[in-house]
Design a protein. Structure first.
Length: 253
């Protein structure tokens, strides 16, 4: 069971993320009545058929996201989240795969056709190259965690729209919090700029570690880009070697 200090630190990081995204807000539990109201509401949520529950307000989506305590709970919430879907009809949820307590998360931009069909990120040709890159620095697929900014496939493999990324981001941030990695590897410009909140080129972001909500983040080329431009493979190799070295320094398991 996590120590109280660890739970408080995670809660503080999550609240800070929400403030950065939506502006400042306050959470007050200043008196006994308010505490009792909170408990009563929690009991009603557990018993949705009770008469009292009808009088209570519906939780906001942000509150539902924050209430998820496991990846399975978050995945179930994502399955019913229409805001995560793109304008391509009938797509499958592609949530993520790997070690739920990994010290390294790899984040791409969006699922493609093969990912949509199998419900797993990075399973096509680009995914095979990602596996080779990770294997070259002594990571197997089941030792890390792999996901995307978007959880549903956009049509014609187009780039995710800004509004799609912003709708997906709260879910991804909670996913990161629940896994609690030491390092994040963003593959591709869209993944890196979405998380870092910077509108710049990948060349200006790669090659160094960026601070991200108490963690370290590195950006490198997307495997699909390496398939199109093999000349970038040397730069990507330099990036992931730095990543492995830093992982070891941070005591990654």
């Amino acid at each position: 069971m996590p120590e109280p200090k660890d739970l408080i630190e995670k809660a503080e990081r999550y609240l800070k993320q929400q403030q950065e995204m939506y502006g400042k807000f306050s959470v007050s539990l200043s008196n006994t009545d308010e505490k009792n109201d909170t408990v009563e509401q929690s009991d009603d949520i557990k018993r949705p058929g009770s008469p009292q529950s009808k009088a209570k307000r519906e939780l906001t989506q942000d509150e539902k996201i924050a209430a998820c305590q496991t990846l399975d709970e978050l995945k179930s919430l994502c399955k019913n989240a229409d805001e995560l879907k793109t304008d391509l009809q009938g797509t499958n949820l592609v949530f993520g795969v790997g070690d739920p307590k990994a010290d390294l998360i790899v984040i791409g931009e969006a699922p493609g056709y093969n990912e949509d069909q199998q419900g797993e990120p990075f399973v096509g040709e680009a995914g095979q190259l990602l596996d080779k890159i990770m294997n070259a620095i002594n990571f197997s697929r089941d030792e890390i965690y792999i996901t995307n900014i978007l959880k549903h496939r956009p049509p014609n493999n187009r780039d995710p729209k800004q509004e799609e990324r912003q709708r997906s981001l709260p879910y991804l941030l909670r996913q990161i919090e629940l896994i609690d990695p030491k390092l994040i590897l963003c593959v591709g410009r869209i993944s890196a700029t979405t998380l870092l909140g910077e509108d710049t080129s990948l060349s200006k972001l790669r090659g160094e570690f960026h601070s991200f909500h108490g963690r370290e983040l590195m950006a490198t080329y997307h495997p699909a880009a390496l398939l199109r431009n093999p000349k970038w493979k040397r730069h990507a190799w330099e990036d992931v070697q730095k990543l492995r070295k830093r992982y070891n320094e941070l005591g990654g398991k």
